[in-house]
Design a protein around this ligand. Structure first.
Ligand code: PMP
Length: 372
């Protein structure tokens, strides 16, 4: 993948020496998207300015925002009774916005990892919250089964984190409950088709599969936008953003534009069915190798494995460190596991090409031979 810098036809210099970046987020964006953004950097579509320099109220930016929403709705098949909001504050702000806007009496939370734990803690500040399940006893290697959930049918909502970025686990079923489900899909949105109608709210930070950090997308069933708690700031009120069509204040314009390019890339690829098929292949290649290795071991329970974040370990912490160092020197960056859990993690989001996973597996095979 490495090469010499080239001059783009419009005079923009761009670097061809890219490495395989396994970062959990911010993470790789499709090269086609980056090249297109580079080509349009100083003059977007004959406007004579960069998207970064445009008024968010201008016609030209409005058309970018409209097209982004339209494509996002089309790609995910979002029903008409859902609003799509382009917000800021990261997924972390949603940990507070969800209870402030949706909590009336009580809500259920499943703690399946770090971020759902943070969401739970935050929600507890605003009212009566029940723990529907926690994966603490098994070090968050497993998603609870339906039978293991203690659900309150009268809860205002059930909150879960759909893909646990740090622990490499994912929900492989949608729980049965009469309560609306609120799902944090920060690390697996746009990686597969989703039946949006099974959820009340889906929220996601952009910096894995959508765009650079700074944009949070919220998909919310319209009837769930109701009276927030009286002290809720306007900026944290879903209704305010829905009414203003995400233009209550200056939105993250450039991130919205990059999301548009990513959606174009996804649609050209064949949409989420096609993306899912590629993601299944990439993850299978890595897990099959891990399952067959006498040296490396996968960490997540087989029934809960994430296709986006693959966690694994070598036989000793010293060999973990040696692997991270050697892989980085060989051009595979960010394979060190999250500081909370250590070991290794390969984040293989949409933009990671199959070739990156193939090369990683070949490298791991060689490392095993040399160190077993
Ligand atoms: N939820 C999940 C699943 C995440 O992976 C992250 C961050 N990686 C967050 C929430 C927090 O997101 P942010 O940093 O955008 O607030």
């Amino acid at each position: 993948m490495r090469g010499t810098p080239r001059k783009h036809r419009k005079g923009v210099l761009f670097q061809m020496s890219r490495i395989y970046n396994f970062s959990a987020g911010p993470s790789m964006l499709p090269l086609e998207v980056l090249n297109r953004a580079a080509a349009e950097m100083t003059d977007y579509n004959g406007s004579g300015m960069s998207v970064m320099e445009m008024s968010h109220r201008s016609k030209v930016f409005q058309s970018i925002a409209d097209e982004t929403e339209l494509r996002f709705r089309r790609v995910l098949g979002i029903p008409d009774n859902y609003d799509v909001l382009f917000l800021q504050g990261g997924a972390s702000l949603q940990f507070a916005m969800v209870p402030m806007n949706l909590l009336k009496t009580t809500a259920d939370y499943v703690v399946s990892g770090e971020f759902s734990g943070k969401a739970y803690k935050e929600a507890c500040k605003y009212g009566s919250i029940r723990l529907a399940a926690t994966g603490e006893a098994n070090n968050f290697t497993k998603i609870p089964t339906q039978d293991e959930l203690s659900l309150n049918p009268d809860a205002d909502y059930l909150h879960l984190c759909h893909n646990n970025t740090i622990y490499g686990t994912t929900w492989q079923y949608v729980p049965e409950t009469p309560a609306p489900i609120v799902a944090d899909m920060s690390s697996d949105i746009l990686s597969m088709p989703v039946d949006v109608s099974r959820f009340g709210v889906i929220y996601a930070g952009a910096q894995k599969n959508m765009a650079p950090a700074g944009l949070t997308v919220v998909i919310i069933r319209h009837d769930l936008i109701s009276d927030p708690m009286p002290f809720t700031p306007a900026m944290m009120t879903y209704g305010v953003h829905a009414k203003a069509k995400s233009m209550y204040n200056t939105p993250p314009c450039y991130q919205i534009y990059i999301l548009k390019l990513v959606l174009e890339w996804l649609e050209n690829l064949g949409g989420l069915e096609a993306m899912q098929a590629i993601n299944i292949k990439k993850a299978a290649l890595l897990y099959e190798f891990l399952d067959s290795s006498a040296f490396f071991q996968p960490i997540a329970d087989p029934g809960s494995r994430s296709r986006m974040n693959v966690t694994f370990r070598a036989p000793t912490p010293e060999l973990d460190d040696a692997f991270v160092k050697a892989s980085s020197a060989a051009g595979f960056s960010n394979l060190k596991g999250h500081r909370l859990v250590g070991h290794m993690r390969a984040s293989i989001y949409n933009a990671m090409p199959m070739e990156g996973v193939e090369k990683l597996v070949a490298f791991m095979r060689d490392f095993e031979k040399a160190n077993a």
